[in-house]
Design a protein around this ligand. Structure first.
Ligand SMILES: Nc1ncnc2c1ncn2[C@@H]1O[C@H](COP(=O)(O)OP(=O)(O)OP(=O)(O)O)[C@@H](O)[C@H]1O
Ligand SMILES: [Mg+2]
Length: 320
């Protein structure tokens, strides 16, 4: 059985320009101990996918309007708020895009770490303190006893990110959702942090949903990858397969503009043509206006996903 099974998930925002279909019918699975990478250009719906899984979509503009999010077979979309808050931080944990916002500036690292452990693990007193120190040591923070007393702004970016990781994994979640967890870090710390995540993953058997715009990181971290475009998954494959045989015209275009392995970029490089406007998508395939292969039928029905190799799916009329 898969740990996480997302089926037909749809999350929309009502804005004054119209309905933004941020996530528009996506399916994916994550097995136990597995890492799935989710890539795609800015605004394609990656963060909203994460927030939907956690049921943290900004209200009232945003709403999950369809689908299922099955965690060990149970639909999270059917849970009430009390049940959801006990799942968040215990079974599913998240590292957000911006670490400054995931840490509360008015509490020390120690407060925030022990609060999580107290709440979800029921630890108290000396045991609680020791566990907190252990967690900081585990993520490679020097002098953890002292660091517990620090406020977030007293730590470097790298240490803040490590603290967030410590808090996120302190309850030994089944699934960790990491939304661009290394964007704010410089290159060396970035690599250290990714290695740390992988090591933790092996140690506690964590599954990971890893969001990034960096294919170098995808290659380092993930076995499987899904490419999103305008709220939909347009291609999925094993990482090697995707690199060697990109099938969707969007993935293919991306591969051509990827920076060299060592270059660090703030976002996915853009390809030719206008990025899609999610409140005003053309009928049929949303990539059509930028696609060099576009033909008449691309403006009709949205293409179904077809499997072109084992585990390699693509939603494009070229293959149907
Ligand atoms: N609170 C909101 N109100 C209205 N629209 C929103 C809101 N949050 C997100 N959206 C829209 O949903 C779409 C998907 O946003 P999302 O944050 O998931 O993109 P992303 O893929 O994570 O991009 P990035 O790579 O820049 O982080 C965007 O078009 C965005 O404008
Ligand atoms: Mg995002």
């Amino acid at each position: 059985m898969n740990l996480l099974q997302v089926e037909g998930l749809r999350t929309h925002f009502v804005t004054r320009w119209g309905t933004v279909k941020a996530v528009d019918g996506i399916n994916f699975n994550i097995g136990y101990g597995e890492t799935l990478g989710l890539v795609g250009e800015s605004g394609c719906g990656k963060s909203v996918t994460c927030l939907s899984i956690l049921r943290l979509v900004p209200q009232p503009a945003g709403r999950i309007v369809g689908g299922q999010v099955l965690l060990e077979g149970e639909d999270l979309l059917k849970k009430n708020e009390v049940e959801m808050s006990s799942i968040r931080g215990s079974k599913i944990s998240m590292i957000l895009q911006d670490t400054m916002t995931s840490l509360d500036p008015v509490f020390t690292i120690g407060n925030q770490l022990t609060e999580t452990l107290r709440l979800h693990k029921g630890l108290r007193g000396q045991t609680l303190r020791e566990k907190a120190v252990d967690m900081l040591r585990m993520v490679g923070i020097p002098s953890p006893e002292l660091r517990l007393k620090n406020y977030p702004h007293e730590l470097s970016g790298g240490m803040r990110q490590r603290s967030v990781a410590a808090i996120s994994i302190s309850c030994e979640p089944l699934l960790l959702i990491a939304d661009e967890p290394t964007t704010a870090l410089d290159a060396t710390i970035q690599i250290q942090f990714l290695d740390l995540l992988r090591e933790l993953q092996q140690r506690i058997g964590l599954s990971l949903l890893f969001i990034t715009h960096d294919f170098g990181i995808v290659a380092r971290m993930c076995k499987k990858v899904a490419v999103m475009y305008a709220g939909k998954i347009v291609e999925r494959a094993d990482v090697r397969d995707l690199f060697d045989h990109p099938a969707h015209p969007y993935t293919e275009a991306l591969m051509k503009v990827l920076p060299k392995a060592q270059e660090k970029v703030a976002r996915l490089p853009s390809i030719a043509g206008e990025p899609p406007r999610l409140h005003d998508l053309p009928p049929g395939c949303a990539f059509r206006p930028r696609c060099t292969y576009a033909s008449e039928r691309c403006s009709g029905t949205y293409p179904p996903e077809v499997m072109i190799a084992d585990g390699h799916g693509v939603a494009c009329w070229k293959y149907s």
